[in-house]
Design a protein. Structure first.
Length: 289
Protein backbone atom coordinates (compact mmCIF):
# COMPACT_ATOMS: atom_id res chain seq x y z
CA UNK A 1 0.00 0.00 0.00
CA UNK A 2 1.23 3.49 -0.85
CA UNK A 3 1.58 6.43 1.48
CA UNK A 4 -1.59 7.36 3.33
CA UNK A 5 -2.57 10.93 2.47
CA UNK A 6 -5.85 12.77 3.00
CA UNK A 7 -7.99 14.22 0.24
CA UNK A 8 -8.40 17.87 1.23
CA UNK A 9 -12.05 18.84 0.79
CA UNK A 10 -11.24 22.52 1.40
CA UNK A 11 -13.93 23.29 3.92
CA UNK A 12 -14.79 26.99 4.00
CA UNK A 13 -12.41 27.38 1.04
CA UNK A 14 -9.53 26.72 3.44
CA UNK A 15 -6.82 24.11 3.07
CA UNK A 16 -6.08 21.50 5.75
CA UNK A 17 -9.33 21.83 7.71
CA UNK A 18 -11.11 18.59 6.70
CA UNK A 19 -9.43 15.67 4.97
CA UNK A 20 -10.96 12.31 4.05
CA UNK A 21 -9.11 9.13 3.21
CA UNK A 22 -9.29 6.80 0.22
CA UNK A 23 -8.78 3.12 1.02
CA UNK A 24 -8.32 0.04 -1.14
CA UNK A 25 -10.44 -2.86 0.08
CA UNK A 26 -11.19 -6.33 -1.20
CA UNK A 27 -14.55 -4.97 -2.35
CA UNK A 28 -13.19 -1.92 -4.14
CA UNK A 29 -12.39 1.67 -3.19
CA UNK A 30 -13.77 3.07 0.08
CA UNK A 31 -13.76 6.46 1.74
CA UNK A 32 -13.16 7.08 5.42
CA UNK A 33 -15.50 9.95 6.28
CA UNK A 34 -16.78 12.28 3.57
CA UNK A 35 -17.07 15.81 4.92
CA UNK A 36 -20.18 17.99 4.56
CA UNK A 37 -22.30 18.54 1.46
CA UNK A 38 -20.69 21.93 0.89
CA UNK A 39 -17.46 20.08 0.08
CA UNK A 40 -18.72 17.54 -2.47
CA UNK A 41 -17.16 19.42 -5.38
CA UNK A 42 -13.73 19.36 -3.75
CA UNK A 43 -14.17 15.70 -2.81
CA UNK A 44 -14.92 14.80 -6.43
CA UNK A 45 -11.91 16.82 -7.58
CA UNK A 46 -9.72 14.95 -5.08
CA UNK A 47 -11.01 11.60 -6.29
CA UNK A 48 -10.41 12.64 -9.91
CA UNK A 49 -6.83 13.52 -8.98
CA UNK A 50 -6.42 9.89 -7.92
CA UNK A 51 -7.96 8.51 -11.08
CA UNK A 52 -11.43 7.86 -9.72
CA UNK A 53 -14.96 9.17 -9.93
CA UNK A 54 -17.59 9.06 -7.21
CA UNK A 55 -19.27 6.13 -8.95
CA UNK A 56 -16.07 4.09 -8.48
CA UNK A 57 -16.30 4.32 -4.68
CA UNK A 58 -18.19 1.33 -3.30
CA UNK A 59 -18.14 2.02 0.45
CA UNK A 60 -18.18 4.89 2.93
CA UNK A 61 -16.76 4.13 6.38
CA UNK A 62 -17.91 6.71 8.92
CA UNK A 63 -16.19 7.47 12.20
CA UNK A 64 -19.30 9.22 13.53
CA UNK A 65 -22.23 11.31 12.34
CA UNK A 66 -21.07 14.85 13.12
CA UNK A 67 -21.63 16.99 10.04
CA UNK A 68 -17.98 17.73 9.33
CA UNK A 69 -17.42 13.98 9.02
CA UNK A 70 -20.65 12.57 7.62
CA UNK A 71 -22.87 15.45 6.50
CA UNK A 72 -22.57 14.61 2.79
CA UNK A 73 -23.46 10.91 3.17
CA UNK A 74 -27.08 11.25 2.08
CA UNK A 75 -26.22 13.54 -0.84
CA UNK A 76 -23.55 11.13 -2.04
CA UNK A 77 -25.93 8.17 -1.92
CA UNK A 78 -28.57 10.15 -3.79
CA UNK A 79 -26.08 10.70 -6.58
CA UNK A 80 -24.51 7.23 -6.33
CA UNK A 81 -27.23 4.83 -5.10
CA UNK A 82 -24.89 1.83 -4.95
CA UNK A 83 -22.71 3.44 -2.28
CA UNK A 84 -22.81 1.42 0.96
CA UNK A 85 -22.47 3.34 4.23
CA UNK A 86 -20.99 1.81 7.38
CA UNK A 87 -21.61 3.40 10.78
CA UNK A 88 -22.07 2.53 14.46
CA UNK A 89 -25.36 1.17 15.76
CA UNK A 90 -25.94 4.42 17.66
CA UNK A 91 -25.31 6.54 14.60
CA UNK A 92 -27.27 4.50 12.05
CA UNK A 93 -30.79 5.75 12.92
CA UNK A 94 -29.61 9.36 12.54
CA UNK A 95 -28.34 8.68 9.02
CA UNK A 96 -31.64 7.10 8.05
CA UNK A 97 -33.61 9.98 9.59
CA UNK A 98 -31.35 13.01 10.16
CA UNK A 99 -34.16 15.36 11.21
CA UNK A 100 -33.25 15.37 14.90
CA UNK A 101 -29.57 15.82 14.09
CA UNK A 102 -30.39 18.73 11.80
CA UNK A 103 -32.61 20.46 14.36
CA UNK A 104 -29.89 20.22 16.98
CA UNK A 105 -27.21 21.52 14.60
CA UNK A 106 -29.39 24.39 13.40
CA UNK A 107 -29.90 25.50 17.01
CA UNK A 108 -26.13 25.44 17.49
CA UNK A 109 -25.08 27.14 14.23
CA UNK A 110 -28.11 29.30 13.42
CA UNK A 111 -27.81 31.15 10.12
CA UNK A 112 -24.34 29.67 9.60
CA UNK A 113 -25.73 26.14 9.19
CA UNK A 114 -26.39 26.28 5.45
CA UNK A 115 -23.12 27.93 4.33
CA UNK A 116 -21.11 25.61 6.60
CA UNK A 117 -22.82 22.28 6.02
CA UNK A 118 -25.31 22.50 3.15
CA UNK A 119 -28.07 19.96 2.70
CA UNK A 120 -28.45 17.05 5.07
CA UNK A 121 -30.27 14.23 3.29
CA UNK A 122 -31.32 10.83 4.66
CA UNK A 123 -29.45 7.69 3.66
CA UNK A 124 -31.83 4.92 2.56
CA UNK A 125 -32.02 2.20 5.17
CA UNK A 126 -30.94 -0.44 2.67
CA UNK A 127 -27.64 1.40 2.17
CA UNK A 128 -26.81 1.61 5.89
CA UNK A 129 -24.76 -1.13 7.56
CA UNK A 130 -24.05 -1.31 11.28
CA UNK A 131 -20.37 -2.03 11.85
CA UNK A 132 -19.05 -5.05 13.70
CA UNK A 133 -15.53 -6.02 14.70
CA UNK A 134 -14.46 -6.42 11.06
CA UNK A 135 -15.46 -4.21 8.15
CA UNK A 136 -14.08 -4.81 4.64
CA UNK A 137 -10.92 -6.36 6.03
CA UNK A 138 -10.32 -3.66 8.65
CA UNK A 139 -10.61 -4.03 12.40
CA UNK A 140 -13.35 -1.81 13.84
CA UNK A 141 -13.97 -0.92 17.47
CA UNK A 142 -15.99 1.59 19.54
CA UNK A 143 -14.12 4.76 20.50
CA UNK A 144 -16.47 6.88 22.63
CA UNK A 145 -15.45 10.07 24.38
CA UNK A 146 -15.68 12.73 21.70
CA UNK A 147 -19.04 11.20 20.77
CA UNK A 148 -20.92 8.15 22.00
CA UNK A 149 -21.34 6.91 18.41
CA UNK A 150 -17.66 7.16 17.42
CA UNK A 151 -15.77 4.18 15.99
CA UNK A 152 -12.26 3.75 14.57
CA UNK A 153 -10.90 1.40 11.93
CA UNK A 154 -7.45 -0.18 11.64
CA UNK A 155 -6.00 -1.35 8.35
CA UNK A 156 -3.58 -4.23 7.87
CA UNK A 157 -0.82 -1.69 7.17
CA UNK A 158 -1.11 -0.36 10.73
CA UNK A 159 -3.02 2.81 9.86
CA UNK A 160 -5.65 3.73 12.43
CA UNK A 161 -8.38 5.88 10.90
CA UNK A 162 -8.98 8.02 13.94
CA UNK A 163 -11.77 10.48 13.13
CA UNK A 164 -11.80 12.77 16.19
CA UNK A 165 -10.89 10.11 18.76
CA UNK A 166 -7.26 11.27 18.87
CA UNK A 167 -7.97 14.99 18.75
CA UNK A 168 -7.31 17.72 16.20
CA UNK A 169 -3.78 18.37 14.98
CA UNK A 170 -2.94 20.12 11.73
CA UNK A 171 0.13 18.19 10.56
CA UNK A 172 3.03 19.13 10.54
CA UNK A 173 1.97 21.20 13.55
CA UNK A 174 2.56 19.82 17.03
CA UNK A 175 -0.38 21.21 18.98
CA UNK A 176 -3.27 18.85 19.76
CA UNK A 177 -6.79 20.07 20.51
CA UNK A 178 -9.17 17.58 22.15
CA UNK A 179 -12.30 18.69 20.29
CA UNK A 180 -15.12 18.39 22.83
CA UNK A 181 -18.34 19.88 21.47
CA UNK A 182 -21.75 19.14 22.99
CA UNK A 183 -23.80 17.11 23.55
CA UNK A 184 -22.21 13.86 24.79
CA UNK A 185 -18.57 14.36 25.79
CA UNK A 186 -17.51 11.59 28.17
CA UNK A 187 -14.03 12.17 29.55
CA UNK A 188 -13.68 8.81 31.29
CA UNK A 189 -14.74 6.97 28.13
CA UNK A 190 -12.24 9.04 26.15
CA UNK A 191 -9.38 7.92 28.38
CA UNK A 192 -10.53 4.34 27.80
CA UNK A 193 -10.54 4.94 24.05
CA UNK A 194 -6.94 6.19 24.15
CA UNK A 195 -5.98 3.10 26.15
CA UNK A 196 -7.58 0.88 23.50
CA UNK A 197 -5.84 2.70 20.66
CA UNK A 198 -2.50 2.30 22.44
CA UNK A 199 -3.20 -1.39 23.05
CA UNK A 200 -3.64 -1.95 19.34
CA UNK A 201 -0.24 -0.40 18.58
CA UNK A 202 -0.98 1.42 15.31
CA UNK A 203 1.91 2.68 13.22
CA UNK A 204 0.17 5.92 12.25
CA UNK A 205 -3.00 7.90 12.95
CA UNK A 206 -5.05 9.20 10.03
CA UNK A 207 -6.66 12.39 11.36
CA UNK A 208 -9.59 14.07 9.63
CA UNK A 209 -8.37 17.41 11.04
CA UNK A 210 -5.73 17.11 9.49
CA UNK A 211 -3.11 14.69 8.20
CA UNK A 212 -1.20 11.59 9.23
CA UNK A 213 0.61 11.45 12.57
CA UNK A 214 3.53 9.02 12.60
CA UNK A 215 4.61 9.83 16.18
CA UNK A 216 1.77 7.79 17.63
CA UNK A 217 2.96 7.44 21.25
CA UNK A 218 3.79 11.13 21.63
CA UNK A 219 0.57 12.20 19.94
CA UNK A 220 -1.63 10.04 22.15
CA UNK A 221 0.21 11.14 25.29
CA UNK A 222 -0.33 14.77 24.32
CA UNK A 223 -4.00 14.13 23.57
CA UNK A 224 -4.47 12.55 26.98
CA UNK A 225 -2.76 15.42 28.80
CA UNK A 226 -4.76 18.00 26.86
CA UNK A 227 -8.06 16.30 27.68
CA UNK A 228 -7.09 16.35 31.36
CA UNK A 229 -5.98 20.01 31.22
CA UNK A 230 -9.08 21.25 29.41
CA UNK A 231 -11.42 19.24 31.65
CA UNK A 232 -9.77 20.64 34.78
CA UNK A 233 -9.97 24.20 33.48
CA UNK A 234 -13.69 24.06 32.82
CA UNK A 235 -14.34 22.09 36.01
CA UNK A 236 -12.58 24.77 38.06
CA UNK A 237 -15.03 27.39 36.83
CA UNK A 238 -12.98 29.02 34.08
CA UNK A 239 -15.18 31.25 31.95
CA UNK A 240 -15.75 30.59 28.27
CA UNK A 241 -13.93 33.76 27.23
CA UNK A 242 -10.91 32.93 29.39
CA UNK A 243 -10.84 29.33 28.17
CA UNK A 244 -10.88 30.46 24.53
CA UNK A 245 -8.20 33.09 25.09
CA UNK A 246 -5.82 30.69 26.85
CA UNK A 247 -6.44 27.97 24.27
CA UNK A 248 -5.62 30.31 21.41
CA UNK A 249 -2.52 31.64 23.14
CA UNK A 250 -1.17 28.12 23.71
CA UNK A 251 -1.87 27.17 20.09
CA UNK A 252 -0.08 30.23 18.73
CA UNK A 253 2.87 29.71 21.07
CA UNK A 254 3.41 26.16 19.82
CA UNK A 255 2.42 26.29 16.15
CA UNK A 256 2.78 29.95 15.22
CA UNK A 257 0.49 32.81 14.18
CA UNK A 258 -0.82 31.13 11.02
CA UNK A 259 -2.32 28.19 12.93
CA UNK A 260 -5.31 29.74 14.67
CA UNK A 261 -7.72 30.14 11.75
CA UNK A 262 -7.20 26.61 10.42
CA UNK A 263 -7.49 24.98 13.85
CA UNK A 264 -10.60 26.92 14.79
CA UNK A 265 -12.33 25.98 11.55
CA UNK A 266 -11.59 22.35 12.41
CA UNK A 267 -12.50 22.66 16.08
CA UNK A 268 -14.11 25.59 17.86
CA UNK A 269 -12.59 26.48 21.25
CA UNK A 270 -15.91 27.95 22.38
CA UNK A 271 -17.83 24.79 21.48
CA UNK A 272 -15.28 22.69 23.37
CA UNK A 273 -15.91 24.80 26.47
CA UNK A 274 -19.67 24.28 26.01
CA UNK A 275 -19.22 20.52 25.69
CA UNK A 276 -17.04 20.27 28.79
CA UNK A 277 -19.30 22.60 30.76
CA UNK A 278 -22.20 20.28 29.95
CA UNK A 279 -20.08 17.26 30.96
CA UNK A 280 -19.42 18.83 34.38
CA UNK A 281 -23.02 19.96 34.81
CA UNK A 282 -24.30 16.43 34.19
CA UNK A 283 -21.76 15.00 36.68
CA UNK A 284 -22.82 17.46 39.35
CA UNK A 285 -26.56 16.93 38.97
CA UNK A 286 -28.01 14.95 41.89
CA UNK A 287 -28.75 11.35 41.04
CA UNK A 288 -32.40 10.42 40.71
CA UNK A 289 -31.68 6.72 40.90
Amino acid sequence: MGRVEPIDVRHQATERVIGVYLLDTADGPALFDCGPSTCIGALKAGLFGRGLELADVRHLLLSHIHLDHAGAAGSLVREHPELQVHVSAIGAPHLIDPSRLERSARRLYGELFDPLWGELLPVPEENVHVVGERVLGLDCFPTPGHASHHVCYVGEDGTLYAGDAAGVRIIPGRHVIPASPPPDIDVEAWYGTLDEIERRGPERLALIHFGVADDVADHLATTRSQIRLWTERVGSGMSQDEFVAIGRAELLAEDGPDASDTYEKGSSFSQSWEGLERYWRKRREPSTG
